[in-house]
Structure formats: C-alpha cells, structure tokens
Ligand binder design. Structure first.
Ligand code: SF4
Length: 362
C-alpha cells in the first residue's frame, strides 16, 4: 500500500502539475501527446489527469488496446469457426466485440461453444478435455501477451496435442507508432509510450522512428505520478527542441527490454503485415506463425479466408484510435453505444478509450 501511495500522492501530483504548466507557458503553441497504451488511457481518465494539465497540452488516445484494434472480419471469422463446431477459447472482452452482424457472445447464446479464459494455458486444458473437437485460441495481443500465447504452441508440441490451433492477429506497437508519426494530418507531437510492452521491447525499440520523425517518446508506468512526470519530461523535450527516447519506468523497463522473451517469440513467429481495425494495413506490424509451425495456425489448418478489410459499422473507433476525434465526438457515444450495448470495441474493452470516457469523463 505504501508503494501505491508513493505514486498517487496528491501533493506531489499538484507540484508536478505546476511544473508542467510552467514549462508549457513558455511554449507558444498547442501540443498533442498520444498515450499509446489502453491502460494509460484508463489511468488518465480514472485519475482526471487532464484536469491537471495546461490548456495547450492535449492528450489523445492511441491504438494500444488489442481488443479495440481487432478487425471486424476477424470476429466474423471466429464466429464462423464456432458455428462450424470448433471450441473457441478467448479472453473475456473479446466475446462482446461486434463483428459485422453478431458477436461471439450472441453466437454462444445460440448454442456454439465459446469459452472465456484467464490464461492462454487454459486452451491447452480445453484441448485435452475435448479430445474429439478442434480447439481454437483467439491469439490477440501485443508484445506483452504474445509470449504467453505462443507458449500454447510450445505446450502442444511437447504434449503432442493435435486438436489445438491459434487464430493469430498479433500486433506490434512501434510500427503502428511509426505509421501514426508519418501521418501529417494527425499532428502528434510526442508519445507517452506503453509500460508493459516496453518491458519486452525495451527503450531502444522507439529510437529509430523517434529520430526519423523527431517525436519525443517517454516510457511511463501506469500510476498517476508516473504519467504526470512522463508528461513533464515530454513538455521539457518539446521546450528544448529535443526528440529523444526517455525511460520514466526504469524500475521495470530496461534499455534492451527482455531479450529472452523476444528470442522465444522469434522462435515461433515472423514479421507480417497486419490489419488494424479502423486504421487499415500497417506493413510489418504483425507477427504470424513460421511455416514449420503452420499446423497450429487456424487459418492454414482450416483453409480460412478472412476478409480483414470489411468495415460495415458506423463506429468511429478508427478515428478515436488515431486521436482524430474524442469519443464524445462520435454520434453514437452514450446514445446508441454504451457498455451494455456496445457498437464498437472501444466501448467493450476494459482498456477502451470510449469505455474510459463513458465511465469517468461524462
Ligand atoms: S462511442 Fe461506440 S461507436 Fe463510437 S467510436 Fe466509440 S465504440 Fe465506436
């Protein structure tokens, strides 16, 4: 508890807020800082961080919620697998994400077998339990969760499990940040970089695009004082005309991240293009199973044809995830789209920007 208090001390928060305002008062323009990670988005809303910032600092949310960036066509394909008799295993939030005309939750209500789990290891248990069925794990996630998910393949190999596969839509954060940096319409000045993802990829992963596009990047933890002091570091960089990568979460994140975790991931996966919901294709931003492991790749195993480009919804998650609009600018927000009746993934996910806004900022 003492540890948490240390990062939530209100007097320190007010003092850092004053320092940010002082730095920002010398910058004669609007600054847009993107917090890339969904957990940051939730903390910023929950602790009313925006209320502690000067008017010329605008925080916008980024695409760092894996559920939110999962394409509609992927959900449709997962529902189709369930309807063809496969056992679908997935994390909780995914079952409520709308596809084109249904969701996994609705599919389950109509009799398909969809299991929610807390750990990817549960998929291995399911495969051993339902030996006469094909079990498919919905492999959604960023660098932080990719390792544990890929360990399913490792277990299946060791235990000679034949009825288990993973339906991958893995995504990597730095290529997405680079794509957003290169979009001049978005006017993102700097990035508050994710905490847990950075523990795997390390500080150095941000250096190439930070230097190329001259974007200050600061890695921050999820506590309010981590975030505030990270914003202060960004403001100071902008004020000094700098664009470098700084680590404000060195109690967890190392310069080189976690090479062992990356080596494990590289054993099974190789870079691939990936479709991001509402954003589109980002070259090299995905990871897919290497050819020698393709018998565990659901798309190959079942000859699936996934339409990743489909977008039949009026949901504006894509614009929200690029920082182009705030959730309240979406015409559906809180009228048609609510947490109990979500029109898009950003309202479903516990890390979604619309969900955070609905819960804390209305
Ligand atoms: S409020 Fe709902 S419909 Fe609008 S962008 Fe957010 S999730 Fe999509």
């Amino acid at each position: 508890m003492k540890y948490i208090d240390g990062f939530r001390n209100s007097e320190t928060a007010v003092a850092i807020s004053r320092q940010i305002k002082e730095i920002a008062s010398k910058i004669d323009r609007q600054m847009t800082i993107m917090e890339v990670c969904g957990t940051h988005t939730m903390s910023i809303a929950k602790f009313a961080i925006r209320s502690l910032l000067p008017e010329n600092i605008r925080l916008v949310s980024g695409p760092g919620c894996p559920v939110c960036v999962t394409p509609q066509g992927y959900i449709d394909a997962a529902i189709e697998l369930a309807e063809c008799g496969k056992v679908i295993v997935t994390f909780g939030d995914m079952i409520n994400v709308p596809g084109t005309s249904s969701s996994l939750s609705r599919s389950r209500s109509s009799g398909t077998h969809v299991e929610t789990c807390y750990s990817p290891a549960d998929a291995v248990e399911m495969a051993n339990k339902y030996l006469d069925r094909q079990v498919v794990f919905l492999a959604v996630g960023f660098e932080t969760t990719i390792g544990p998910v890929v360990s399913i393949v490792d277990s299946a190999l060791r235990e000679k499990i034949e009825n288990l596969s993973i339906f991958t839509t893995f995504k990597q954060i730095p290529p997405a940040m680079e794509a957003l940096s290169s979009d001049s319409e978005l006017n993102i000045d700097a990035f508050l970089c994710p905490a847990h993802v950075s523990a795997i990829i390390g500080e150095k992963a941000y250096e190439p695009f930070s230097a190329k596009y001259r974007k200050p990047c600061v890695i921050a933890g999820f506590e309010p004082l981590d975030i505030l002091s990270g914003i202060k570091m960004i403001a100071a960089q902008i004020s000094n005309g700098e664009a470098k990568v700084e680590n404000n979460y060195s109690r967890v994140v190392k310069y080189d991240g976690n090479p062992k975790a990356r080596e494990f991931i590289n054993t099974y996966l190789e870079p691939a293009d990936a479709q991001w919901r509402g954003i589109g294709n980002i070259p090299g931003s995905g990871l897919s199973l290497r050819k020698k492991f393709e018998k565990f790749d659901s798309e190959k195993k079942f000859g699936m044809k996934v339409d990743y480009k489909i977008n039949s919804s009026k949901c504006r998650c894509g614009d929200v995830l690029k920082g182009k609009i705030s959730p309240t600018e979406c015409p559906l927000f809180a009228k048609v789209c609510t947490p109990s009746n979500p029109s898009g993934p950003c309202m479903v996910s516990s890390e979604g920007t619309c969900s955070a806004c609905y819960k804390y900022s209305r």
